[in-house]
Design a protein. Structure first.
Length: 386
């Protein structure tokens, strides 16, 4: 059996329990076909007491997850953090070597900075690596865009991508963006995965009145303020609907909502809820609204489709690769007039959408079984060539 080591730049941890949860879901999907060892090294939560290393080790079937924490303080903390990051990985790799368990293939998730460790393993032990890229930073519009990073960050990112045996973007658009601006490399699109045991269509009709739902971190990229303004305008046009916002709403967003003096429960902020609870809320909803300025391939769209919920979303990133006439409506980013008309049209014609068909088609594309098999087949192809 092949030995596969996953190096994760993001992964759920004690400081950020939702960080990289989509990477963890991919690991679970692949582990149904292939043993996987994951290592994530990250800063510990404030006030955390030291433990023996590795700080967290969980084995579930074929999946071994190693979460290793460290802390740095004071002068030169960024430099110390980078040194410690490499040191912790080196300790883990040294132990694998001692046990004669070095991997046959490394799978890095997000080039920076886990890809640096993959690059080291290739140069030191001649172990090939592939990179799955989820990061929106390859786009100019992104707040933390690579276009605005230091020369060293840009250079190292290019080097990691060029040295990879295969690039695996979560959307065709991201693969093309990387090839156009950053590194000309062969890529194979494999989208994010959905737990279809949690995201499946309801046998009952959605709750009334018509319910729009939005799920995100409610940051600027997602433009929740634009959704709220447009929804308020929708109610002024006499449409009976409600808007559910799921995520950590800022005080500014809550104040914006309060200032409209809408009837109670017209706009509800549910805060952060569990992955399973999101599935429950989708089954109560009539349509998902995502009004992002930029994106790759948002998991929330795939989850909505697997639940049979039609989608209104902006025509950015890889969204148009999955949202089509039969399952939703695309609008221009930032154009609130287009969004308003799309919301009106969704209310008028929502019965046209075949929710069971939407769910069936999406589940066949994004289920654990489908994505796990695709990634495992890619491993076989890469290792045969090597």
């Amino acid at each position: 059996m092949k030995r596969i080591l996953w190096l994760a730049s993001w992964y759920p941890n004690e400081a950020e329990p939702f960080s990289g949860d989509f990477i963890q879901r991919q690991a679970k999907a692949v582990s149904a076909f292939q043993p996987i060892t994951v290592i994530y090294v990250g800063k510990s939560a404030p006030g955390r007491k030291k433990k023996k290393e590795p700080d967290e080790k969980t084995i579930t079937g074929n999946l071994q997850e190693n979460i290793v924490y460290y802390s740095t303080h004071g002068f030169l903390s960024k430099w110390k953090s980078l040194v410690t990051y490499f040191k912790k990985h080196h300790q883990f790799i040294t132990e694998l070597k001692r046990k004669n368990e070095l991997p046959d293939l490394v799978h890095a998730h997000v080039a920076m900075k886990a890809g640096l460790i993959a690059l080291y393993l290739k140069w030191r032990y001649n172990i090939p690596y592939v990179v799955t890229e989820h990061w929106t930073g390859y786009y100019r519009q992104a707040k933390d865009s690579l276009f605005r990073k230091s020369f060293i960050s840009r250079y190292m990112t290019r080097l990691i991508l060029r040295q990879a045996t295969r690039l695996i973007p979560v959307s065709e658009a991201l693969g093309n963006q990387i090839n156009q601006y950053w590194a000309h490399v062969r890529f194979e699109k494999i989208p994010n995965v959905v737990n279809t045991k949690l995201f499946y269509p309801s046998t009952a009709e959605p709750v009334k009145p018509f319910r729009f739902i939005h799920v995100s971190a409610l940051v600027h990229q997602k433009n929740p303020e634009g959704i709220v303004r447009t929804f308020v305008e929708l109610t002024k046009h006499g449409f009976n609907a409600e808007l559910i916002l799921i995520g950590p709403a800022t005080r500014g967003l809550r104040n914006q909502i309060a200032n409209y003096n809408l009837p109670e429960n017209k706009i509800q902020c549910l805060g952060e809820i569990s992955y399973a609870e999101v599935g429950i809320e989708f089954r109560k909803s009539s349509a998902l609204v995502l009004f992002s300025f930029y994106e790759n391939m948002p998991c929330v769209i795939l989850e909505a489709l697997c639940t049979g919920v039609p989608v209104i979303a902006t025509r950015v990133g890889g969204i148009s690769e999955v949202v089509r006439e039969e399952n939703g409506i695309l609008v221009t980013a930032g154009n609130e007039n287009e969004l308003l008309e799309a919301m009106k049209e969704m209310i008028r014609s929502h019965l046209v959408y075949d929710r069971d068909k939407i769910a069936s088609q999406a589940s066949s594309l994004f289920s654990y079984e489908t994505i796990g098999k695709k990634i495992t087949d890619m491993y076989d192809t890469v290792l045969k060539k090597d």
